[in-house]
Design a protein around this ligand. Structure first.
Ligand code: FAD
Length: 331
């Protein structure tokens, strides 16, 4: 076996909203926690990109804060200064948040939430298995991390692949629940324009027909000094064009959005989200795959969905692990 890195109480796989919240909740409860993510930055689907001086939110363009815990404990307390109400464009009332964006851009949100966490990026977990009373997670670079508990927040098909690789058994009922969770894909175009777009303030429009699901103007939204538009394709268009030439698909989408753009295109890039949003979700806020040693699945496929649902799922997974520990100490 490869050398084992320091053992922690909990290993969190994935530094998106669910993983960051789970890690913070467990660390606040005095547990040692390590977070691993395969990405170059934190945030997963909360993502921003810079192209030729323009800034784009190319994952979730915004999110809600409706649940009282999320609105007060996360948004008001931990994210103060890194979110702005998006519907009004005003920071006047942080107690009445419904639609929010990250500031200066969406990636500021996960960066803020990851402060103080033991985080290792560009680390892909390729194998997860039980050894004695511990979880052992092996990475693509051959390192092994040991922990007493695991919170796994990868999109469900990726989580299932890890469980299968490690020979982790699931009941038939749980396997069929998890197998039923499917995700929509989303082709996303980021276009730097030669002048301001025609997308009206506050810079986001949801469309009801054609190949585009939504258009956002990152300049009107307040995150880009340069004219910069993000187009999210519909699930149907994204699925049909997934294996096509990405720039060609981008040109089709830009042509369909011409009335919204209203200015020449300086340059553009296309990103494909294989796991954009779950088409159907599990009703439980998290799933306990194993009580001994504990392994919980969390993410936007559990509970309410979206960014807020992912946060609530991460919190539920942390609570489930703490409750199991408390139960085993009483026994
Ligand atoms: C285009 C788009 C538009 C959206 N619009 C909205 C919106 O308007 N409102 C809203 O609320 N939500 C929206 N969402 C959804 C929202 O972004 C997600 O629901 C939420 O961010 C999911 O968080 P998560 O932590 O569950 O998953 P993720 O953010 O996907 O995090 C999972 C993390 O796990 C990591 N990972 C996976 N496998 C491994 C592995 N083997 N080893 C290590 N790390 C691994 C990934 O790198 C990733 O960082 C949108 C998403 C997209 C893509």
């Amino acid at each position: 076996m490869d050398s084992i890195e320091q053992t922690t109480d909990v290993l969190v796989i994935g530094a998106g909203m669910a993983g960051l919240i789970a890690a913070a909740e467990l660390q606040r409860s005095g547990r040692s926690v390590r977070v691993l993510d395969k990405g170059r930055g934190v945030g997963g689907r909360l993502a921003s990109r810079r192209i030729e001086g323009a800034t784009f939110d190319h994952g979730a363009p915004g999110f809600t804060a409706i649940h009282p815990w999320f609105a007060t404990e996360v948004v008001q307390a931990r994210l103060n200064g890194t979110v702005t109400p998006w519907t009004t464009g005003s920071t006047a009332s942080l107690s009445d948040l419904r639609a929010l964006r990250g500031t200066p851009s969406m990636s500021a949100v996960p960066k803020q939430l990851s402060r103080g966490l033991d985080l290792q990026l560009e680390t892909t977990v390729t194998d997860l298995r039980v050894h004695a009373d511990r979880w052992l997670a092996t990475t693509a670079s051959g390192h092994t991390f040991a922990s007493k508990s695991v919170v796994l927040t990868a999109p469900v098909p990726q989580a299932l692949a890890l469980l299968n690789a490690g020979g982790i058994g699931l009941s038939l009922e749980l396997r069929s629940r998890l197998d039923a969770i499917e995700y929509e894909r989303c082709l996303t175009v980021m276009a730097v324009l030669e002048g301001p777009s025609r997308i009206p303030s506050p810079g986001g429009v949801i469309l009801s027909d054609g190949p585009i699901a939504s258009v956002s103007d990152n300049q009107a939204k307040g995150i880009s000094t340069q004219p910069a538009v993000t187009l999210h394709a519909t699930p149907a268009f994204s699925l049909e064009h997934w294996d096509h030439d990405r720039l060609e698909s981008g040109r089709i989408l830009l042509a369909a959005a011409a009335d919204w753009l209203g200015a020449g295109i300086r340059t553009f890039q296309v990103h494909g989200w294989r796991y954009c949003q779950p088409r159907n979700r599990d009703t439980e806020p998290c799933v306990l795959v194993s009580p001994v040693p504990p392994l919980a699945l969390a993410g936007d496929a559990f509970g309410g969905g979206g960014v807020e649902g992912a946060a609530l799922s991460g919190r539920a997974a942390a609570q489930a692990i703490l409750a199991l520990e408390a139960g085993s100490q009483r026994a």
